[in-house]
Design a protein around this ligand. Structure first.
Ligand SMILES: Cc1cc2nc3c(=O)[nH]c(=O)nc-3n(C[C@H](O)[C@H](O)[C@H](O)COP(=O)(O)OP(=O)(O)OC[C@H]3O[C@@H](n4cnc5c(N)ncnc54)[C@H](O)[C@@H]3O)c2cc1C
Length: 283
């Protein structure tokens, strides 16, 4: 197996083209720690993408842009993502209790996995887009289209994730994140992210209710029924409970860690918790 550490994107693209599906791009490489090292034996090349200048957090007229190799702890500490409009990103990182992993794992790695990880759930609640690059050019697609199944995404051979783009949300927006895991070092069993935007009369003008890590589809999903329950109404405790109960349209997975029934209950509890936080956070 060959190891490469390209320092510019064209070099990275030509390596990705050369090896195609026989190469793994790695960022923090935490996905392989402890339980998946054998995957390295199945490929001809490992391409370290951390020297490509893709570690940054910027804001422009179109919203927030986070480079693919930005680590979770960089997101946790940055002024644009630790408070204010996008402070929910740091709230999400805070729920991952292993500092060593937060120092290494990147936002690009999180979105590429889309399984038992936290950030894609929050990013879907913010209508994030994924910026993808390769020798044929750059394209952008929604998170919803990017995730096509458990550990499966829409990247074509030769492509990599360059950036996560989060559009500026409307004024009067608040968000909340909730997570359940067995131990502090475990992967999430259920996570939930909510985002609400209020109109001038205080009614809910836009709602996102997303559950991840728990879904039968293996990727984060919005609850259309919970969102519909909130729209055009003033959100109070009763409405929050109604929305949580409505979230049964998200089908949960049954596996060795938890039954689908219990997971579904935890999704409802998570939605209540995350909606309470979103209401309190409206600014
Ligand atoms: C013990 C432990 C507990 C954890 N707990 C949690 C948790 O509770 N919540 C949570 O959110 N995360 C958790 N993680 C982290 C999570 O499981 C993944 O390991 C992490 O998200 C991967 O990020 P990475 O940068 O290390 O990606 P890597 O391991 O480098 O790569 C992961 C995958 O993405 C691909 N990839 C990475 N970057 C790109 C890119 N830019 N373009 C194309 N492909 C790319 C790789 O080829 C690989 O297939 C935990 C990890 C460990 C080891």
């Amino acid at each position: 197996m060959e190891y490469y550490s390209p320092t510019d994107l064209n070099e990275a693209y030509s390596l990705l083209d050369k090896y195609g599906e026989d190469a793994i791009p790695i960022a923090g490489s935490t996905f392989y720690m402890g339980h998946r090292e054998e995957l390295f034996d199945e490929v001809e090349a490992v391409i370290n993408i951390k020297q490509l200048g893709l570690s940054y957090i910027r804001q422009d007229d179109h919203g927030l842009r986070i480079g693919a190799t930005t680590t979770l702890n960089e997101i946790f500490a940055h002024e644009l993502t630790s408070k204010g409009t996008f402070g929910i990103l740091a709230e999400t990182v805070k729920e991952l209790n292993i500092n060593e992993v937060r120092n290494m794992a990147t936002i690009g790695g999180e979105v590429c996995i889309a399984g038992e990880v936290d950030m894609p759930t929050t990013l879907l609640a913010y209508d994030a887009n994924i910026v993808i690059g390769g020798s044929k050019g750059v394209r952008e697609m929604s998170m919803a289209d990017f995730h096509i199944g458990y550990l499966n995404n829409a990247l074509e051979p030769g492509e990599m994730v360059l950036e996560v783009h989060i559009p500026q949300p409307p004024a009067n927006t608040g968000a909340g994140f909730a997570k359940f895991e067995r131990t502090a070092a475990d992967l999430p069993i259920v996570n939930v992210a909510t985002r609400i935007s209020l109109d001038n009369a205080g009614a809910c003008a836009e709602a996102r209710v997303v559950a991840g890590a728990a879904t039968l589809s293996g990727v984060p999903e919005r609850s259309a029924a919970a969102e519909a329950a909130l729209l055009n109404k003033v959100i109070d405790d009763t409405l929050i409970e109604t929305a949580a109960v409505a979230s049964g349209d998200i089908e949960c997975i049954h596996d060795f860690r938890m039954s689908a029934e219990i997971r579904s209950l935890w999704v409802k509890c998570g939605i209540e918790d995350a909606l309470q936080r979103a209401v309190a956070a409206v600014q």
